[in-house]
Write a protein of this length. Structure first.
Length: 745
């Protein structure tokens, strides 16, 4: 028996875990919270067992699989023949139809695998396709767009300083369940209790009285999609009552007057019908927020995947900025990743890129290289995209048939492809359509570094996690598979791409003024990093040149991969600190708080002011639950067992009106689809709003998820999500606020 410490690879919180393992028998004996982890301090949720359970899951794929299109049966392939087959088919499609005939979809778990994150840019470049889709346009893309135009970096996202604030105004997030997102905060419950214990207040704005609302000082129901209107009303009150004071930001911030003008129509009275929020409540929250010594406004999924996602995401930062809470302690601050990717010297000098090309079927512009996932299916269809359609697809760690709009249509479109390859550890609703599935290591079979979530955490940290088990049957890391596929499809090798990546990164990170490696030459850095290829070398380079790095001096205090690997817990790098204006990536060094790209959408928002809701009209929102992680943990018995969790929450008023009994089945219909779900009547729902979790719908006979299909299949809520409904500036789908009709079955 051995004790190994690792971070949890399931959600953003990345809690520190303590595994008890028996390596010889390849068994995980227990998983507990790591009391000595400075971030999570012993916290765990039920999903913490998942890494072990996935490792042991007999349904997890260990060898490449090939599907016979005629019989539908699957056979094992060797790695060599799988790579060669994929390369040959990809090349054939590209040669016949051009680069854009290839499409890529990238899903969420790549965020938990540094090998994949570091390889994916070169993979994308090697494919060179304009048809890149990802889970981002069902997630944080509106925040990326807002940050791209405010700060010049789509990943410069201000994170609420939850541990030091006196007033947290949270819209459209449920951190008690999610453990915070774009606010990675293990044990959110404890943090909120501490906030209240020091005299602070937590206010939650959500169409559902969530678990977070239950521990808050105040909960306010809001009509889905109403956040931009309501945040503008807060801004309106701040100006009307002379409460605007950007503080230190005033010196380098423009656009405040324009915001005053834009906010004029959005008085608390004007937004009340559309938001459902009493003007007195709006005024009192604006007053409390501006009066608090330190306050943070925060928005998450409910403010992003909705009709006005970009405006709402932008206004969250505007409210913070106007009250002097942006970029200050106890407000919202920018993290500083140890790997240096947010540093100014990494900037390529370009303004945010968008509209360089457009989707074929809908003529929708790309943003920073991505097209909306709402356009995914149609770009593959002969009917919609004609001869210019995509004919081959690579999916990487994603299950868009369950996670993106109108999965049934997407499923049919996948079957029109000439060739599809999925890099994934399961045969699920999406990957079952592939011709080849390439599995990669599961979490305990690989080393990892918490790369992405350094940029979203409430304190700066660095965390290395060791491999616990040797990969089974020679399973490669995700990063290696990406390089092998990209290399072979381009007549080169994975090692050549690795070297290309390395030399490019050396040029970017080494010898830059103001960094620990300012005086180091590329040759010296190369020598100190050694010849061993692979992502570890790339990561070491980033760490040693990063803001906390040792500058390649082993004797210095700073970070290196070796130093991190010598410890067993996360390294705490301190609280978030002010970074403006130095962080801004533009030539002027000034913050434009009212960027034209974003404010252009205010005209559309004004239209929502006059819209009147029909009596009895219902909209649907989603919700996350403690034992789910999007679609992919339902095959683990400990997480899937128990009562039906894919229930439709309905307020007593609506249930009464519609004749829906608690526990009975209901038919839920939208413009694009229909699902059946069991009703749970609950006064936690705002009247006029129903809630159904996403990620379920494991009813497809072709999937290899024996537990999910039998224990907790549920219904695919995205069957109701309309691919035509999106937030235009970001291309993000309206997954919250879907017009639906509900009737007893
Ligand atoms: N209606 C509605 N829809 C939503 C949302 C919502 O709130 N409401 N949320 C959206 C959000 S925020 C997200 S992030 C997306 C997620 O959307 P996706 O990323 O498309 O879906 P997941 O369910 O996370 O699927 C993850 C896939 O990765 C695979 N996988 C897991 N671990 C590994 C690994 O270590 N290696 C490899 N190679 N594969 C792995 C799993 O088998 C699975 O196929 O869903 C979005 N969809
Ligand atoms: N247990 C668990 N944890 C997770 C995940 C998971 O699947 N399970 N997924 C992870 C991922 S990928 C992500 S992105 C994060 C998401 O993290 P969160 O955003 O914290 O999680 P959600 O439960 O989706 O919360 C969205 C909330 O928005 C509300 N809402 C819906 N529409 C509106 C609206 O128009 N306005 C407002 N103000 N609120 C609205 C919903 O009622 C819901 O309470 O969680 C991460 N953590
Ligand atoms: S909250 Fe749960 S799933 Fe997320 S990192 Fe922590 S233990 Fe893992
Ligand atoms: Mo997400």
């Amino acid at each position: 028996m051995e004790i190994v410490h690792r971070s949890c690879p399931i959600c953003e919180a990345s809690c520190g875990l303590r595994y008890e393992v028996h390596r010889a028998s390849r068994r995980v004996l227990s998983v507990r919270g790591d009391d000595d982890d400075p971030r999570s301090r012993g916290y765990v949720c039920p999903k913490a067992t998942a890494a072990g359970a996935v490792f042991e899951d007999p349904d997890r794929l260990r060898l490449p699989q090939r599907r016979d299109r005629r019989s539908g049966s699957w056979e094992d392939l060797s790695w060599e023949s799988a790579y060669d087959l994929v390369a040959e088919r990809v090349r054939a499609v590209r040669d016949a139809h051009g680069k854009d005939a290839l499409a890529l979809y990238i899903g969420n778990p790549i965020g938990h695998d540094v090998s994949g994150l570091l390889a994916v840019p070169i993979f994308q470049e090697a494919f060179g396709t304009g048809r890149l889709f990802s889970a981002a346009t069902m997630d944080q893309m509106p925040k990326n767009v807002s940050s791209a135009f405010l700060y010049g970096d789509q990943w410069a996202i201000p994170i609420p300083d939850v541990d030091r604030t006196d007033y947290l105004l949270a819209l459209g997030g449920n951190p008690l369940i999610s453990q915070g997102s774009l606010m990675s905060a293990p044990n959110a419950k404890r943090r909120f209790a501490d906030l209240r214990a020091r005299g602070g207040r937590l206010v939650v704005v959500d169409p559902r009285r969530t678990e977070t609302a239950d521990v808050a000082d105040r909960h306010v129901f809001i009509r889905p999609g109403g956040d931009a209107l309501w945040l503008f009303a807060l801004v309106n009150v701040l100006f009307a009552e002379d409460r605007v004071d950007p503080g230190r930001l005033a010196e380098f911030t423009d656009g405040v007057e324009e915001i005053r003008r834009l906010a004029e129509p959005f008085t608390p009275e004007a937004v009340a019908p559309a938001t459902g929020i009493d003007p007195d409540v709006t005024r009192s929250i604006a007053r409390e927020f501006s009066a608090a010594a330190r306050a943070a406004c925060y928005g998450r999924i409910g403010t992003c995947t909705q009709e006005f996602g970009t405006l709402a995401s932008w206004l969250v930062d505007v409210v913070n900025a106007l009250t002097g809470n942006l970029d200050r302690e106890g407000g919202a601050l920018f993290p500083r990743p140890a790997t240096g990717q947010g540093e100014r010297h990494v900037w390529n000098g370009l303004a945010p890129q968008h509209g360089r090309w457009r989707s074929v079927a809908r003529d929708f512009p790309e943003f920073e290289g991505q097209l909306p996932v709402a356009c995914f299916a149609e770009e593959l269809e002969a009917e919609a995209a004609g001869d210019a359609r995509a004919r081959a697809l690579v999916t990487i760690c994603g299950n868009p048939v369950l996670s993106s709009p109108n999965g049934a249509r997407l499923g049919r479109a996948l079957d029109q492809l000439d060739f599809m390859v999925s890099i994934d550890i399961y045969r699920n609703e999406t990957t079952r359509h592939a011709d080849v599935i390439l599995p990669t290591t599961s979490h305990l079979e690989r080393e990892n570094y918490d790369f992405l979530f350094q940029g979203t955490a409430v304190r700066n940290f660095a965390r290395w996690s060791p491999q616990i088990f040797e990969p089974e049957a020679g399973l490669p890391d995700l990063g290696r598979v990406l390089l092998e596929v990209a290399g072979r499809a381009n007549g080169t090798t994975a090692d050549t791409l690795d070297e290309l990546l390395f030399s490019g990164m050396l040029a970017t990170f080494v010898g830059k003024p103001g960094t620990p490696a300012a005086d180091v030459t590329v040759e010296q850095a190369r020598e100190r990093l050694g010849d061993e290829r692979g992502w570890q070398r790339l990561l070491d380079l980033m760490l040693r040149t990063g803001p906390y790095g040792d500058g390649f001096d082993d004797a210095a205090e700073g970070l290196s991969l070796a130093k991190l690997a010598g410890g067993s817990h996360a390294v705490d790098l301190g609280p978030l600190e002010s970074r403006l204006p130095g962080l801004l990536r533009n030539e002027t060094g000034r913050l434009d708080l009212a960027p034209a790209y974003v404010t252009a959408d205010v005209a559309r928002l004004r239209g929502a002011l006059v819209r009147r809701r029909e009596d009895g009209a219902l909209v649907m929102v989603g919700r996350r639950q403690l034992r789910n992680m999007n679609s992919w943990l339902h095959n683990l018995r400990p997480l899937a067992k128990g009562r039906d969790r894919c229930t439709l929450l309905v307020s007593p008023k609506d249930a009464d009106r519609l004749g829906l009994a608690d526990g009975a089945s209901a038919r839920v219909r939208s413009r694009v689809g229909e699902v059946v779900a069991r009703v749970a009547v609950s006064d936690e729902m705002m009247p006029g709003v129903v809630s159904l979790p996403h990620g379920f719908g494991h009813t497809d006979p072709g999937v290899g998820l024996s537990v999910a299909s039998s224990l907790q299949p549920g219904a695919n809520s995205n069957q109701l999500c309309d691919e035509e409904a999106l937030d235009p500036p970001s291309g993000t789908s309206v997954a919250n606020g879907i017009p639906v009709e509900v009737a007893p079955l």
